[in-house]
Design a protein around this ligand. Structure first.
Ligand code: FMN
Length: 469
């Protein structure tokens, strides 16, 4: 059964002993984010900060603080969660519109709007201000009405103004541009604290013409309940804790989403572990804020890996990679997918049951052709993708220089400090699979017949039967 809302997920974490309440007074400037980071880096719990200096609203962090917790969001395990995510693509479930929902308990428009009353966090020392970090940013294509759902950290610039940054490959860019080029405002709604599965789905790279709220429904196995917004012609998950409605307005400045209204935003501590530079980004003019009566503000930690940010990216990138490989390899022959945390979602290890010569190289190309992922290693099914030592061994002894595929001038991740402006990167794939049907060089008879030298029943050997331990 999917979670109805964020609170149900918090309750589950409580039962599992992965949830703590902090009653000590804490500052939303740096302190909460720092404590969150400390907890994440030590595998600690989600934390409800109930005494935030100057605010009545409690702040929850760490909901995505471990890889296992991310998998739990989609009711799965670290090893299998990527498979769960494909269900949303294969069997999307349309949202259902309900008359009202908890997110409508309090409705503010006009002069009543004051985003400074939201306890958004200041994360790192060199950040430019307070950022709303755990957002489902929802917008619709003006022609097809297909919904896009993506996560964007947004800087609070004024009582009713947010800075919105969109990476070079982000589909939200396309939607805003379509509106602005027609001289129309682009409606946007930001949901904070929806069912965490909806948030997680927002970080996946879904084809532009697939409705991403239906995708989230498919992953949950049940439709997302949505309600109509107050001031924009959009729907928003009904159980959200906090909802911010508004527009990107047409304007004279011709920036990356077209002739619109822009602002200066950032620096911000990005997922790469570096600060993103200050830049001109689309401005969201806020027209309504609605929330639950005693809403809980959901925030996510961000700092050098592993922080909550990279932990969440890991699962969604694995899910995306899986979707791309399914085009090349039958699902039952994809044995493992792992994005090692240090690669911050930009590196991937895949294990497959290779069934024809050259297949590993096809896998490499199908992944590198999509999204921003810049390094992929393909290994055989006997290699455990979660075991770094296994992967290192296969990479060393099942690949030669020729098995490194290098592709230049690919579109990259704009925050990657290694991209060449405006946004190009050279990507690499390593075919570390065994030769099959003459597709690789090396001492084939050794590779094929004489390794790995493993005891299959090592786990049955009890050392204490032989020595004192
Ligand atoms: C915690 C978190 C924060 C993110 N912040 C941003 C952001 O500020 N801007 C951005 O372009 N992408 C951000 N992303 C990545 C996008 O959400 C992701 O690329 C998504 O797939 C974009 O979807 P779209 O191309 O369908 O719009 C973030 C991801 C996570 C997990």
């Amino acid at each position: 059964m999917p979670y109805q809302d964020m609170r149900e997920f918090m309750e589950l974490l409580k039962q599992r002993g992965e949830f703590e309440v902090c009653s000590k007074e804490v500052d939303r400037k740096i302190e909460i984010a720092k404590v969150t980071d400390k907890a994440t880096k030590s595998g600690g719990p989600a934390i409800l900060f109930e005494n935030v200096k100057g605010f009545d609203t409690p702040v929850i962090t760490g909901l995505f603080g471990t890889l296992e917790r991310n998998a739990l969001v989609v009711e799965s395990t670290k090893r299998e969660a990527f498979r769960k995510m494909i269900k949303g693509r294969e069997h999307p479930i349309d949202p259902v519109t309900v008359r009202t929902g908890p997110c409508k308990d309090v409705i503010m428009t006009g002069k009543d709007i004051d985003l400074n009353r939201v306890p958004a966090l200041w994360h790192q020392v060199k950040d430019s201000g307070y950022f709303i970090s755990a957002t489902n940013v929802i917008a619709q294509d003006p022609d097809s009405r297909v919904r896009n759902n993506s996560i964007h950290r947004m800087e609070v610039l004024d009582r009713d103004k947010l800075g919105l940054w969109i990476n070079a490959l982000g589909n939200l860019r396309v939607i805003i541009r379509k509106h602005l080029e027609r001289g129309q405002p682009c409606p946007i709604v930001v949901a904070v604290g929806a069912d965490p599965a909806v948030l997680l789905c927002g970080s996946c790279k879904i084809p532009y013409d697939m409705d991403e709220i239906a995708f989230a429904g498919g992953v949950r196995g049940a439709p997302v309940e949505v309600v109509k917004c107050e001031t924009v012609d959009l729907d928003v998950p009904a159980t959200s804790e906090l909802v911010i409605e508004g527009f990107v307005m047409p304007g004279d400045e011709d920036g990356y989403v077209g002739p619109g209204t822009y602002c200066d935003e950032a620096p911000f501590a990005e997922f790469t572990g570096y600060y993103g530079i200050r830049r001109r980004s689309p401005l969201m003019q806020v027209t309504a804020v609605t929330h639950r009566k005693n809403y809980i503000y959901h925030a996510m930690g961000t700092s050098v890996s592993p922080s909550e940010h990279q932990i969440m990216i890991t699962l969604n990138k694995e899910a995306d990679a899986y979707a791309y490989i399914c085009l090349t390899v039958p699902e039952e022959n994809i044995k493992g997918v792992n994005s090692p945390l240090g690669a911050c979602g930009q590196g991937m290890v895949i294990s497959i049951k290779k069934t024809h010569p050259g297949q590993a190289k096809q896998v490499i190309h199908s992944i590198l052709a999509h999204g921003s992922l810049k390094r992929v290693t393909v290994v055989d099914e006997d290699i455990d993708v979660l075991n770094a030592l296994d992967v290192e061994w296969a990479t060393t002894f099942r690949a030669r220089g020729e098995d490194y595929i290098i592709t230049s001038e690919m579109a990259g991740q704009s925050l990657d400090p290694m991209v060449t402006p405006p946004n190009l990167i050279t990507k690499v794939g390593i075919d570390a699979t065994l030769p099959l049907g003459g597709d690789k060089k090396g001492r084939i008879e050794v590779l094929r017949d004489l390794g790995p030298c493993r005891y299959d029943d090592l786990d049955k050997v009890n050392l204490s039967d032989y020595i004192k331990i």
